[in-house]
Design a protein around this ligand. Sequence first.
Ligand code: CO
Length: 660
Amino acid sequence: MTDSVVMTPINYSADRPKAANPVKIQDLSLRDGHQSLFATRGRTEDMIPVAEMMDEIGFWAVETWGGATFDTMHRFLNEDPWERLRTLKRYFKKTPFSMLLRAQNLVGYRNYADDVARAFVDRTVANGMDIFRTFDALNDYRNFETVVDQIKKNGKHFQGCMCYSMTEPRMGGEVYNLEYYVGKARELEAMGADSICVKDMAGLIAPYDAYNLVKALKAAVKVPIHLHSHFTSGMAQMSQIKAIEAGVDILDTCMTPYAFRTSHPAIEPLVMTLLGTNRDTGFDIRKLAAINEVLEKQVLPKYKHLLDDSKLSVIDINVLLHQTPGGMLSNLVNQLRDMDALDRIDEVYKQLPRVRKELGQVPLVTPTSQIVGVQTVNNVLYDTPEERYKMITAQVKDLCYGLYGKTAVPIDPDVQKKALKGYPRGEQPITCRPAEVLAPELEKAGKDIGDLAADTDDLLTYALFPVTGKKFLEWKYGRAEVPASVKPITLEQVRKTDALVKKAKAGELVEKKADAPAKSERLRTFNVFVDDEYFTVEVDPTGDAPLVVAAPRVAAAPASVPVSAPAPAPAAPKAAPAAAPAAAPAADVAGAKLAAPMPGLVIRYLKNVGDKVAKGEAVVVLEAMKMENALVAPCDGEIKAIGFKSGDTVAKGATLCVIG
Ligand code: CO
């Protein structure tokens, strides 16, 4: 035991004397916990049963909002995000609330204009928020300026984050070394941070690095130091202990049912570990156990179907091998699988550090992890020996322009020049605070949404998420029917399903199965998508003629479909529930075909039938893995036919247009 943690003989009862310097604990179960394990699908009705019990524990704060919750609630749960804040506040009477704020990105995926940012912070405070944990994917604190000013004006707690990133197997190297983080901490303190958080979103921080880092930060700044580390790689509990020995002030944990895997260490083992020391949390472990009981029996059964049980291991050692977030790696695998190119995963792993370096050695956190990952896959699949960066996503162009902020090291000048060729905002990158080039957005949003927004909260929901936010407001005010897919499931439904599964396992459903015919050679497997969940269904045609055939090419259908006017990209739309259309009529028109190089969503056509195009000119924007790709004409000519329209889902190889 080191000098900083001292064991004193005391009694271990719940009313034991307070430790000299208790480690403060923030509970993340109600935000990062279910975001990490259950795709952020936690419902307010499942938080209420434990809210008053959690309020009695003595947490420094409970994280209840922000991150992906705002998006998921209105999009998939038919819940008003603002209402959750007000509801939970009625149950938590003592414990402060904290939220994860993506700086100028707020709770979305792009930089919003300053007027939206200020209104958002004001309304968040008005609805009950106390602590604003603020981060920027590039650690560019100019993106903090507007929100921090507004947090301070409201007299609330500004917690400044540094995203923990690495380029080497351990902390150090040219960019993300001790000096870098100490410098960031000093910047945050100068901005008025009330506390500083080391945000280790991928579980990369190793125990001895955590020790050295916390020691250095404690020596450099006066404000409390908070460690946020995911369990993903298996190191987080060890890192917490070393951080405590180095004098960390606050740690993040989850209640056991929401802990481990890609989530966080659990609170209960930590309470026991520190019991009787000068850093004793002071928590009553029996009260924690009572909360676990409720979560385990009444809540978790409703979510277990969302748990990724494809692997038995609770630790992802790929994170240790590649120093990249586990979520990012699984995205890469999915993307390659979609393109029938899973065999090229090793090339992707190999190119990833190079692409990341060329794009400014950015930290890998949403959205930069996705930007770097998708571009790497594009490079591996489409580059030729003569030409690299053949297909550059719109988001990489924005990054090169400076729209996300300043990168850790300068972007490779050749890559930057290529990315910005013909970029609509200009070919010269900006160096100012990104939001300075963004025009105010609220007034226009108000005009667009009209009386569907009853108050500022509604207006902000729409301003942040124009497509799904509007849909939600239509549900909220009874102007559209609420689909069954966003309704909650009950414990009763879960019990029925479980009983059926139990019967099946016990062989009691075998009678029905006895009649089932053998699967024939014609058996076909379909993936059925419902929002972002999918089921695999096997269809075996009976009789002589196959039951399921490719959709016929209807001769009567027009060779081209009307093209909607270029519209702003919808906010990360999900694949339409309908299956991708089969061969489009355009496929029958003679001429050079522009085929979809990957499955995706047609955002918009930049050309109409009859337009002249030059080889290399952008014709259509296709979204894949939330990144936009401008696809270019393979030759000079005239657009003879267009195969799809904005919003259509296309399969790999689908004919997007024909040039003759
Ligand atoms: Co986190």
